[in-house]
Write a protein that binds this ligand. Structure first.
Ligand SMILES: [Zn+2]
Length: 296
């Protein structure tokens, strides 16, 4: 069924009947670096469907997330992209959370002299796994840490469980920009990321983020459409989506219908036109069945 749908939408794409998610242009390049509009020194590095923020200052670079899972040259490619922008040294590499799709590939940054910083649970999660492609943090923190470099401040905050138990908010107070990975997708329905989501805590997380001082959100996967950045409205929309999903599954779960029946009956028609709906729905259903049908 999925294969048929994919084939059908590819045919429509070829026929020019529907536009690709990135607009009318041809497929975007695998790797792309863009300065964020209205800033002097904030950049987004994208590799495929993953992206990370880096900040260039007069005293060096603060980079985040190597995003090189399954991309053996991805870490070095990211370092090379930074070197096209500046000859300043890469001083820091900050991990958003412990998932390999965002943080594999840090060796190139270590080799370039960067200090790797993450929430303390990143170390706890990575240590037993010994992933050969993922560098352990040099330094971890519990609640907050501020990096100050060359006149730029980057605030790191752990606000409690949300997507995983190690996901942080990075905020540039002067630029009023935040970088939040996976918990607050921009313009899309959440998908596989639900597998390590704490649903009720994530609602509280988004409320806390909404109360912070910022104007634009850089997501860990390109926002839709056209790789756009998020606003507070996008964050509010994701919160509403989680609340709607939770309420829908609550009925099914408390009626004793988890797993099979509830997962079949679970729908969120209000979001059917959002990118990622068909693919994301089963993950959302499974996660909320866990909550309302198993108490976890
Ligand atoms: Zn993740």
């Amino acid at each position: 069924m999925t294969r048929v749908l994919v084939a059908a939408s590819s045919a429509l794409l070829v026929a020019g009947l529907i536009g690709p998610a990135w607009g009318q242009d041809a497929r975007p390049p695998q790797i792309e670096t863009k300065k964020v509009d209205g800033t002097d020194n904030v950049y987004i590095f994208r590799n495929g469907n993953h992206q990370a923020m880096f900040v260039v200052t007069k005293d060096g670079v603060i980079a985040t997330d190597p995003i090189a899972y399954g991309r053996p040259t991805g870490g070095q490619a990211y370092v090379d992209e930074i070197k096209k922008v500046t000859d300043k040294p890469i001083k820091y590499l900050v991990y958003s959370h412990h998932h390999f799709d965002h943080i594999a590939g840090g060796k190139a940054f270590k080799d370039a002299g960067a200090r790797v910083i993450a929430h303390k649970n990143v170390r706890v999660r990575l240590a037993p796994l010994g992933d050969p492609n993922t560098v352990m943090p040099d330094e971890v923190f519990d609640k907050t840490k501020t990096i100050t470099l060359g006149g730029t401040k980057l605030e790191l905050s752990y606000l409690g469980l949300n997507h995983s138990d190690s996901n942080i908010v990075m905020r540039l107070p002067k630029e009023k920009i935040i970088f939040v990975v996976d918990t607050i997708p921009v313009g899309t329905v959440p998908g596989r990321g639900m597998i390590d989501m704490y649903p009720l805590e994530s609602e509280q997380f988004i409320k806390t983020v909404l109360a912070m001082d910022w104007e634009r959100l850089i997501p860990g996967h390109p926002g839709q459409p056209n790789g756009r950045l998020g606003t507070k409205k996008d964050a509010q929309d994701q919160l509403t989506l989680l609340q709607d999903a939770s309420a829908e599954m609550k009925k099914l779960g408390q009626d004793g219908k988890c797993w099979d029946t509830a997962e079949k009956e679970f729908k969120l028609p209000k979001y059917a036109s959002w990118p990622g709906y068909e693919n994301g729905l089963p993950f959302i259903a499974r996660r909320y069945c866990g909550l309302w049908g198993r108490g976890t």
